[in-house]
Design a protein. Structure first.
Length: 418
């Protein structure tokens, strides 16, 4: 039995290949069961995200061709179309790889936390499909333990490395309670979506999303229980915003000094925190001159992000050391499983000897032999039974000069040779 992991990620394959090998959530259970039925495969889990697709298995062979053939059939793709982009791990290398993935050490953004949640989803899907067994299930549980330890013992996830995350963190530093604030997000692209997600996770009180195309604003707002407006409605709603984050592709500023000044008057000069993440700028530079506005640009945040990325790299070195230890722990558990059958057989043999000796003692008692005599014979017979085979084997090892077996016997039975 061997561990086998085969996959592609953002480093090994372009998006055109990754999207062909993705497994939508609604198809995952069927795919898991189908792969599990392959003769050489015993356990299986599939991790599928926008940046990677990975198959984790226990199998009778470490041959990646098993998985290549199955993927080709399942996805109706020629093996030559995707095989060159694959990477393969076996046994201890699988452990190290899955630990690093779960900790965000193999992610596009170093230390990003979303991958751990995706890993847990992959585990749950395999568990529900019935394709996990003792070994792969234990590997996943140990993976979650390792990831938790890395998150707890290092600073790998504590520093923001995206401008959206940095903007939200800065807002948290300015406002005591985000739950009492209103955030206005301008745009509907990836950066604004990230900002909306981070604000929602931090408990923002109210969310307004403005975009030139109202349908896009509405679609994004619906995901985060927000309120959508068209860009033309900005003058009406700007005064409601305590936090403004803007990231559009506009070639001209969307918010000028005059418009912000009008909003401040309606707010009775209650301060506004503004972050302009657009290039070219969405907010005129002169807005920063207003007394009750705290305006930051993408350049202001970039310095923070660079510092935080250096911090994450240092934390990643600590994380690798933790992973080394956790891999050793798991491999020790795995090695112990190899002796489990042997231990069970030995205990069964000892219990048989016990039952035979006990049966003889009970017969003696029924025949009128005293309890003391019966117990003495029980102890004598049981000792002979338990020591006969080991004694015979040790004697044979000595006759054949098998010093390795003699040393092993001394170690196993904790004997002190004179």
């Amino acid at each position: 039995m061997t561990f086998l992991a085969v996959g592609i990620n953002y480093n090994s394959a372009p998006v055109s290949i990754r999207e062909r090998l993705s497994f939508p959530a609604e198809m995952l259970a069927t795919s898991l069961k189908d792969l599990w039925r392959v003769n050489e495969v015993n356990e299986v889990a599939i991790l599928s995200t926008c940046n990677r697709t990975e198959f984790y298995c226990t199998a009778t062979t470490a041959n990646q061709q098993i998985l290549i053939d199955w993927v080709a059939k399942n996805k109706q793709i020629k093996p030559t179309d995707f095989a060159p982009y694959l990477y393969t791990h076996t046994d201890s290398s699988v452990c190290r790889h899955i630990f690093r993935v779960a900790c965000g050490l193999d992610s596009m953004i170093l230390g990003e936390p979303q991958i751990l949640g995706q890993m847990k989803t992959a585990y749950q899907a395999a568990y529900d499909a019935g394709t996990l067994g003792k070994r792969l299930g234990k590997l996943f549980q140990h993976t979650f333990t390792a990831a938790k330890k890395v998150r707890t013992d290092t600073a790998i996830g504590s520093s923001p490395v995206s401008v959206a995350f940095a903007a939200v963190q800065m807002a948290q530093q300015i406002f005591d309670k985000l739950s009492e604030q209103t955030a206005l997000l301008i745009g509907a692209g990836e950066t604004i979506e990230l900002a909306a997600r981070h604000l929602t996770q931090q408990g923002i009180g109210r969310l307004i999303i403005a975009n030139r195309t109202y349908d896009k604003a509405h679609s994004l707002a619906a995901q985060f229980n927000g309120y959508a407006i068209a860009l033309s409605e900005l003058p009406t709603h700007l005064s409601e915003a305590d936090i403004v984050i803007s990231s559009t592709a506009s070639q001209l500023p969307i918010l000028g000094k005059g418009r912000v000044e009008s909003a401040l008057k309606k707010r009775k000069h209650k301060p506004i925190f503004m972050v302009d993440l657009a290039v070219p700028r969405d907010i005129e530079a002169e807005v920063a001159q207003l007394r009750d506005v705290y305006l930051y640009t993408v350049d202001d945040l970039q310095h923070t992000i660079d510092q935080n990325m250096n911090s994450r790299r240092l934390a990643a070195q600590q994380a690798e050391e933790i992973i080394d230890t956790q891999v050793d722990y798991f491999l020790a558990w795995l090695r112990a499983q190899g002796a489990q059958t042997l231990i069970q057989d030995y205990r069964y043999q000892a219990e048989q000897s016990r039952d035979e000796a006990l049966q003889k003692a009970l017969v003696l008692l029924k025949n009128g032999v005293s309890a003391e005599e019966a117990l003495n014979r029980l102890a004598h017979n049981l000792t002979n039974k338990l020591t006969h085979t080991p004694s015979t084997q040790i004697r044979a090892a000595a006759e054949n000069e098998r010093h390795d077996l003699l040393a092993a016997a001394s170690e196993i039975f904790k004997l002190h040779q004179s």
